[in-house]
Design a protein around this ligand. Structure first.
Ligand SMILES: *[C@@H]1O[C@H](CO)[C@@H](O)[C@H](O)[C@H]1NC(C)=O
Ligand SMILES: *[C@@H]1O[C@H](CO)[C@@H](O)[C@H](O)[C@H]1NC(C)=O
Ligand SMILES: *[C@@H]1O[C@H](CO)[C@@H](O)[C@H](O)[C@H]1NC(C)=O
Ligand SMILES: *[C@@H]1O[C@H](CO)[C@@H](O)[C@H](O)[C@H]1NC(C)=O
Length: 405
């Protein structure tokens, strides 16, 4: 009996294991498909903020004198509107950029002049040594944009102590070019005297130079503020919940730590018409890792053969442990200086083999402005704001004693 039964049972277990095997591959396929599609779906908003900024960046390389750091000039309401219509947009070609007095041969429109020995024309050399901050907030802002600086000084930027930790605030600018450059510079010197919170590097302050700005920020932190535990880069149109930031950092690792809104699988745009176009010879090694694993044979090729950026924290507001400044500067010697600032740091992080850390909660960093309420704002760390939101009023209201929710 057993003898006769045995083969049948073997066969059954064989078909069973075969169907199990098929099932496994089916599940794997579905999971991968889902993964890939969700990556695709992610693509439209991985750089939402950049897209929102499109209009403000109208003047790119051609007209540095009228440009400014993207986030600082234009009402976000307008940016919002442009998101929906971006599909039809055409990019301003920057190849024709005329660069007078460039220090050396132009690296082309997709790379920036870095590494390069930039100098500080306005500086706060002693402040960190004197104040010994736990966290340093660095707001990247255009020289002309005094209005945003004042809003920040009169709102969250005035919080110098949170949970017994010292918080320092600086604004980082480049050089204004154009007819009123002199005048702007004089005003900046005056403003610096008043507030002692400006840092200015001698690179041209414009949208295409944001990567320079960020690297100069890291150099500054490394030279003048290396005793701080953390630094946060934040855009000038953001609202920051300083106590929540400090609370997060009190529990965070002290080294190799970078966090913020971490973008996964942001696709590299190979469409020359796209605003974020990156030519193939730049970061062409970023072929999607699944493909490298040979899974290209199982799934439709175009789904997985696209180039994607490594993980990176969106530029609206990210946090670094201070040890990373030196490491990122070192890594930048080996990574081509792509003009997309936050992506560039992601590339440098990958070079270092350090993964950005996910925030403990997805709601902490908001790329889409949230409507103000004490309850909502009490749960976040940073959010973009709309131009018509009175951030000073919001901050005062938020700071009133009483329950949040
Ligand atoms: C922004 O872009 C839209 C669509 O191209 C355009 O209608 C609008 O005038 C632009 N705004 C500014 C300030 O340039
Ligand atoms: C995006 O920017 C380009 C120039 O860089 C401009 O021609 C286009 O109108 C902009 N699109 C929107 C929606 O503002
Ligand atoms: C783009 O810049 C040019 C030159 O500065 C200006 O005339 C034009 O109005 C700008 N367009 C937009 C959409 O901002
Ligand atoms: C960026 O800054 C560098 C250094 O100041 C300058 O040579 C270059 O022209 C700037 N880029 C643009 C697009 O203005």
């Amino acid at each position: 009996m057993r003898n006769t039964d045995q083969p049948a049972e073997d066969k059954r277990s064989l078909t069973l294991s075969r169907s199990r095997c098929c099932f496994f591959f089916l599940v794997l396929g579905v999971v991968l498909l889902y993964y890939c599609t969700s990556i695709r779906n992610m693509a439209p908003d991985w750089n939402l903020k950049w897209l929102m900024q499109n209009n403000s960046t109208n003047t790119t390389a051609e007209l540095p004198e009228t440009t400014s750091v993207a986030t600082t000039q234009e009402p976000p309401t307008q940016r919002q509107r442009t998101v929906s219509s971006r599909v039809t947009k055409k990019v301003l070609e920057t190849q024709t950029a005329q660069r007078t007095a460039a220090p050396y041969v132009s690296p082309g429109p997709y790379l920036v002049e870095y590494p390069y020995e930039y100098h500080f024309t306005i500086n706060e050399e002693l402040k960190c040594r004197q104040e010994k901050p736990f966290v340093v907030l660095i707001v990247q802002v255009a020289p002309r944009n005094r209005a945003h600086r004042d809003i920040i000084r009169n709102s969250w930027g005035s919080e110098k102590l949170a949970n017994n930790q010292v918080v320092a605030l600086f604004f980082l600018l480049g050089m204004q070019t154009g007819d009123d450059a002199e005048q702007v510079h004089r005003q900046l010197l005056q403003e610096s005297k008043e507030h002692q919170d400006l840092i200015q590097g001698d690179f041209v302050d414009c949208y295409k130079n944001l990567t320079i700005k960020t690297m100069v920020m890291l150099e500054w932190l490394n030279s003048y503020c290396s005793s701080a535990a953390y630094a946060m880069k934040i855009d000038s149109d953001m609202f920051l919940n300083v106590p929540n930031l400090v609370n997060l950092l009190l529990k965070a690792p002290r080294t190799n730590y970078m966090t913020g809104l971490v973008a996964h699988g942001g696709r590299v745009s190979r469409d020359p018409k796209s605003k974020f176009y990156v030519p193939l010879d730049l970061i062409s090694e970023d072929v999607y890792p699944l493909y490298a694993l040979g899974l290209g044979y199982i799934l439709p090729l175009d789904l997985i053969s696209e180039d994607v950026y490594p993980l990176y924290a969106l530029g609206l507001g990210y946090i670094l442990s201070l040890d990373l400044t030196k490491k990122l500067i070192e890594a930048s010697r080996h990574v081509k200086p792509l003009y997309i600032e936050d992506v560039y740091l992601g590339l440098c992080m990958r070079h270092l083999g350090i993964r950005p850390t996910e925030p403990p909660n997805w709601i902490l960093f908001r790329v889409i402005p949230i409507k103000y309420s004490r309850c909502e704002y009490s749960k976040i760390i940073a959010t973009t704001t709309l131009e018509n939101m009175d951030r000073v009023w919001i901050w005062r209201d938020f700071k009133k004693p009483g329950r949040y929710c």
